[in-house]
Design a protein around this ligand. Structure first.
Ligand code: KIV
Ligand code: ZN
Length: 514
């Protein structure tokens, strides 16, 4: 058996299912480019049938990104398989990934199918997908809670129908490393034609075991791991790419397995994904958290100074964290700015680079030092926001507040092309500004979360505001940054309202297309 584990990245599909993590097509393109540079084997670019936005993302990624195989998810339904093919056709290295549940709990309560019907559907849809592409992956959803004998039967049948990869999902994160490893071994021992397919695994993190389960699986013969950057994904997320890759690399002595990932790109991609999705990494997160390589105790620091191996099992440089950070400032030129952008995963050119550089110069005039986080915030504000058609735009904002005055905000905005103005008082300047924006936009959304962080240290730091809004079944995140936190707050709120408007429009278009 070969010792190469394929890395199947599903940040743009399962990762995007994290509440509030939705990305527009341009954002997905940026992440896809970074994933290709990282060296993943497969990018699951989306679920083409699910929305016009996902369709377009799959289509563009398949046609424009070189290197990895590009895959679209599809339920075991003819219309899904056909939409996946429509999005992928004409591109060179493509895969259709189709799935149906095999657990009795799902079949009885959700799919309302008998075991025989589900197996028949799986075979038919794998054959349909094979009519379009050579490379077909099949997932028996909720495999870890399925009856083993039935699971083996389905797997055997779909391999005979042409599936080249069999993905075993622990859909609800229920498995233990020992049981999941044993399941992979049992599949290898009990499915007669399993040698014709690659076994893949897709583990969710509900019990915090997604990474451990994935490693147990490859130790028992699986050769593809489905994972996401920073472990984002449905509920508690998926196995995190940086963890599985660095485990395989660091413990090659025991596991004897390799990946094709260029590990020095891990940290830039992690930063890119958290900056685009607004989902921050916890400081103590393995590999990419702020504290992952920070040694606080005197004893540890003493050991490190004597020999790095005393307390370091991996070098930060091996995951792309550089120990010395060159700080940009007002004397930095366009070239330095562009190379820093590249290190952070953004390859900007032309007008996009001009806009970002102008904003950088304005910021550098106000702040002595411009850090990576500032640069990321600039790209977010100046480039990525523009890719999503904005219904609302902030024109002017003035607030009055203090210890002995009632806070008042005067906001001028463009809403659907019309300039509008409101002056409203509130409990504080942010409250007043938000009330004025809500009045102008007429929003019915609820603010679920408001958080402000100083992007870097110092009183001249930019404030970054993240808001989470909900309207009906839509949850969106919005972000805004500025050296004035009231302006940052207004920008974040308006960004979220634009995302909400975009989602609602997308849903209307979907419904009218059904
Ligand atoms: O968690 C899951 O089972 C999935 C499948 C679609 C592979 O995401
Ligand atoms: Zn999943």
């Amino acid at each position: 058996m070969d010792n190469r584990v394929r890395i199947f990245d599903t940040t743009l599909r399962d990762g995007e299912q994290s509440p509030g993590a939705s990305m527009n097509v341009e954002e997905k393109m940026i992440v896809a480019r970074a994933l290709a540079k990282l060296g993943v084997d497969v990018i699951e670019a989306g679920f083409a049938f699910s929305s016009p936005g996902d369709f377009e993302a799959v289509r563009r990624i398949a046609h424009e990104i070189e290197g990895p195989v590009i895959c679209s998810l599809a339920r075991a339904k003819a219309e899904d398989i056909d939409a996946a093919w429509e999005a992928l056709k004409g591109a060179s290295r493509v895969r259709i990934h189709t799935f149906i549940s095999t657990s009795d709990i799902h079949l009885k309560h959700q799919f309302k199918l008998t075991r025989a019907e589900a197996k028949k559907r799986a075979v038919e849809m794998v054959s349909r997908a094979r009519g379009y592409v050579e490379d077909v992956e099949f997932s028996p959803m909720d495999a870890s809670r399925s009856e083993p004998a039935y699971l083996y039967e389905v797997i055997e049948a779909v391999i005979n129908a042409g599936a080249a990869t069999i993905n075993i999902p622990d859909t609800v994160g229920y498995a233990l490393p020992s049981t999941f490893g044993a399941l992979i071994k049992d599949i290898r021992d009990n499915v007669p034609n399993i040698g014709r397919a690659v076994i893949s695994v897709h583990c969710h993190n509900d019990l915090g075991l997604a990474t451990a389960n994935s490693i147990a699986a490859v130790s028992n013969g699986a050769r593809q791991i489905e994972c996401t950057i920073n472990g984002i994904g449905e509920r508690a997320g998926n196995a995190s790419l940086e963890e599985v890759v660095m485990i395989l690399k660091t413990r090659r002595d025991v596991l004897g397995l390799d990946t094709g990932v260029n590990t020095t790109e891990i940290y830039p991609v992690s930063r890119l994904v958290s900056s685009i999705t607004g989902i921050m990494v916890q400081p103590n997160k393995a590999i990419v958290g702020d504290n992952a390589f920070a040694h606080e105790s005197g004893i540890h620091q003493d050991g490190l100074l004597k020999d790095k191996e005393t307390y370091e099992i991996m070098r930060p440089e091996s995951v792309g964290i550089s120990r010395s950070t060159l700080v940009l400032g007002k004397h930095s030129g366009r070239h330095a700015f562009r190379s820093r952008l590249k290190e952070l995963g953004y390859d900007l050119t032309g007008e996009d680079l001009d806009k970002a550089f102008d904003r950088f110069k304005c910021l550098a005039d106000k702040k002595k030092e411009v850090f990576d986080e500032d640069v990321e915030a600039i790209v977010q504000d100046e480039v990525l926001r523009l890719e999503m058609p904005d219904r609302f735009r902030l024109l002017k904002l003035n607030v009055r507040s203090g210890t002995d005055t009632q806070p008042v905000a005067e906001v001028e905005m463009e809403a659907d092309g019309k300039a509008m103005k409101e002056k409203v008082s509130g409990d504080g300047p942010v409250d007043a500004a938000y009330k004025a924006i809500a009045k102008i936009t007429g929003t019915r959304s609820t603010l679920l979360k408001y958080s402000v962080t100083a992007i870097t240290g110092g009183t001249d730091a930019q404030g970054e505001v993240t808001v989470r809004l909900q309207e009906e079944d839509h949850i969106v995140l919005g972000q805004g940054s500025h050296t004035d936190i009231i302006v940052a707050s207004a920008k974040a709120y308006i960004n979220a309202l634009n995302r909400l408007a975009y989602k609602k429009k997308e849903k209307r278009e979907n419904l009218s297309g059904l």
